[in-house]
Design a binder for this molecule. Sequence first.
Ligand code: COA
Length: 217
Amino acid sequence: MAKVIIFGVLDTAELAHYYLTHDSADEVVAFTVNREYLKETEFKGLPVVAFEEVETIFPPQEFKFFAPMTGRKMNKNREKVYLDAKAKGYEFISYISSKATVFNNPIGENCFILEDNTIQPFTTIGNNVVLWSGNHIGHHGQIKDHVFFTSHVVLSGHCVVDSYSFFGVNSTIRDYLHIGEGTLVAMSASVTKSTEPWGVYMGSPAEKKPIPSHKVY
Ligand SMILES: CC(C)(COP(=O)(O)OP(=O)(O)OC[C@H]1O[C@@H](n2cnc3c(N)ncnc32)[C@H](O)[C@@H]1OP(=O)(O)O)[C@@H](O)C(=O)NCCC(=O)NCCS
C-alpha cells in the first residue's frame, strides 16, 4: 500500500481519488497543483499544497505520486508534470481498474486504466498512458509512453503506437499498423493504413487532414 499524492483538483483528479479510494490498496493523502492554481488548501477533506514545494511537505522517500491528467496538448502537459515529479525524486503508482481485463501485461508507471478495458495477452503499455473506459487493446501490440485512449477504441492486434498519440472515441485501428508519434485519430475514424507523425486522421477510411494536432489539443 502506498501513500499517494495526486496532481490536480479538477475532474480527473477527483475521479482518480474516487477510483483509488474505492478500488485500490493505495491511500490518497494529498493533492498538489502549481502555485498559480492554488485557490483552496483543502479538497476532498485532504490538504492541497503547491507543487513547487510538495517534496518538502511530502518527501519522495515516504510518498508516491500520481498525475492522471487529460490528453491536452497531445499529452505534453501530462508528460511535463510526470517528468517534473520524477525529477523531484518521486516514484509513481499506476491505477488498473479491478474491472479491466488484463493478462499479466507489462504496464508502466503513472498509467490510469479504467473499467472495461481489455488488454489482450502479449501487449505492452509504456509509462504515463491513459486508457479511459471500455477500450479493446489487441494482442501482440506495443503502446509507447504518453499515449491517451478515450473510450470504445478498437486497437486491433499487432499494432505499434508511438508516443504522444491520441485516439478519439469510437475510433478503429486495423491490425499490424504503425501509429506514428503524436498521431491524433479523430472520433469514429477508421484507420486502415499506418500514420505519419503528428498527423490528424479523420473519417472512414481515415485520411490525413491539414489540422495541426497541437492546435486542436
Ligand atoms: C478531429 C477533431 C480533433 C477536430 O476538432 P476541431 O479542429 O475542433 O474540428 P471542428 O469541430 O471545428 O470541425 C472541423 C470540421 O471537421 C469535421 N469533423 C470534426 N470531427 C470529425 C470527425 N471525427 N470525423 C469527421 N469529420 C469531423 C466537422 O464536422 C467540421 O466540418 P465542416 O468544416 O465541414 O463544418 C475532433 O473533432 C475530434 O474528433 N476530437 C476527439 C473528441 C473525443 O474523442 N473526445 C473524447 C473525450 S476526451
